[in-house]
Design a protein around this ligand. Structure first.
Ligand SMILES: [Zn+2]
Length: 409
């Protein structure tokens, strides 16, 4: 009988599931979990108040699940957006709205799964290295689990972004130095001091992202979109989502795979740069210039593996500019969704790929909205919103004038 194990995404060497260090001893590429699908998933079981680990237990290697760790992450809405679809000239467009997770981003899925593994491995300390969303997520779940939590951030992170992490009272350290090197250094310290660092491409984090794919399939009644568009930074989320579709496909639950479209910001697009130059390995970006750190990892640890997977499964990767990301933020807001700029790049990429004739009008598209704008309000000044000011006698006239303005979208 085949057993669940960890397997290297580069050289395919196998490791036991309790290996905490997330990379291969042989080739240093990230590991991933190989599941032997022995249990069957019941298609007729409706999404309920179960946690993602209970609902999709057949796809996770846990003999038992501690439900007290869950904050009801996942099972996010798949919102049909006809107004935006008309604007982009796409017949069928859905947004997978990850902004409604407990700490307002998709990261909570991977944190929940990772904390389960940390506790089942006997770790009493967890940690992460993050530019914002993951830090808040790990700090929140660490607090809930009663674990001491170490959060490492870049020294230049603004206070506006620190406070939504500090509210959970983790041990937060602003680190001066290269962000790419911090990833490897934190893993080394974690090994020495018994801290389970839930960094971006830790296998059990990536497993959390699988549930996004599972949910999309369930929400579309097991039809599969033609394209799934994913804002991409470290690459772990896109890897997890593709893995989810592959596992449903291998389990006979869906009949095809979607094309995965990864999107990076033009000022920090190391995976895209390697892709267009037909390279196998990522070269770090020396001076990233990007509006939103959440999508600007200059040396993405899952980059090489994502390149391999995108080529194998005929995915795509593209970039959008900072100003386009801000424009995407306004477009999503007109559908009632307040995304951070990093999360709004999916719809802009869709617009570009449609204009280039790569995505056709008849395509079924799901654009992932990865995180909420509420945690990053400083950037909103760039929009220069029009606010009227007036006295009570002027009010009638002001309203009459403003009602004549044309809608933005
Ligand atoms: Zn290897």
């Amino acid at each position: 009988m085949k057993k669940d194990c960890l397997v290297c995404t580069g050289c395919h060497k196998e490791y036991p599931l309790d290996k905490i260090f997330p990379r291969c001893d042989n080739c240093q590429e990230p590991l991933e979990i190989k599941i032997s699908l022995s249990q069957r998933f019941n298609k007729n079981r409706k999404i309920s108040s179960e946690s993602i680990l209970e609902h999709y237990a057949a796809f996770y290697p846990f003999p038992w699940i501690d439900n007290q760790l869950s904050l009801q992450e996942g099972f996010t809405p798949l919102v049909k957006v006809d107004k935006l679809a008309r604007l982009l000239e796409i017949d069928n467009l859905y947004l997978k709205n990850e902004t409604v997770n407990p700490t307002w981003s998709f990261k909570d899925r991977g944190t929940y799964v990772g904390v389960q593994h940390a506790l089942s491995s006997g770790c009493n300390y967890i940690g992460t290295l993050s530019s914002g969303n993951m830090a808040a997520s790990v700090a929140a779940y660490g607090a809930r689990a009663g674990l001491k939590t170490i959060i490492l951030v870049s020294a230049n992170m603004p206070l506006e972004k620190l406070n939504p992490i500090l509210i959970y009272q983790p041990i937060l350290i602003r680190v001066q130095g290269d962000y790419g090197q911090m990833y490897y250094e934190s893993l080394k310290i974690g090994q020495e001091q018994g801290i389970y660092f839930l960094n971006s491409d830790v296998p059990f984090r990536v497993e959390g992202s699988k549930s996004i794919a599972f949910e999309i399939c369930e929400q579309l009644d097991y039809s599969v979109p033609d394209y799934v568009l994913i804002p991409t930074s470290s690459g772990g989320n896109a890897r997890g989502i593709l893995k989810g579709f592959l596992e449903f496909f291998e389990g006979g639950l869906i009949k095809k795979l979607p094309k995965i479209v990864c999107i990076q910001l033009a000022g920090c697009a190391p995976i895209y740069e390697a892709w267009i130059r037909n390279k196998d390995r990522i070269t770090p970006i020396q001076e990233p210039q990007a509006i939103d750190n959440a999508i600007a990892n200059p040396f993405p640890p899952s980059g090489n593996e994502l390149l391999r997977k995108l080529r194998k499964y005929e995915g795509l990767i593209t970039t959008v500019t900072d100003n386009e990301a801000l424009q995407g933020q306004l477009m999503l807001a007109q559908e009632g969704i307040f995304a951070q700029p990093a999360a709004a790049v999916s719809v802009i990429a869709l617009q570009k790929l449609k204009k280039e004739g790569i995505i056709s009008k008849k395509s079924y598209c799901v654009a992932l909205v990865t995180g909420a704008g509420i945690k990053y309000t400083g950037i909103l000044e760039r929009h220069k919103f029009n606010v009227s000011t007036g006295t009570l006698p002027e009010l009638n006239k002001i309203i009459r004038t403003r009602l004549k303005e044309l809608p933005l979208y």
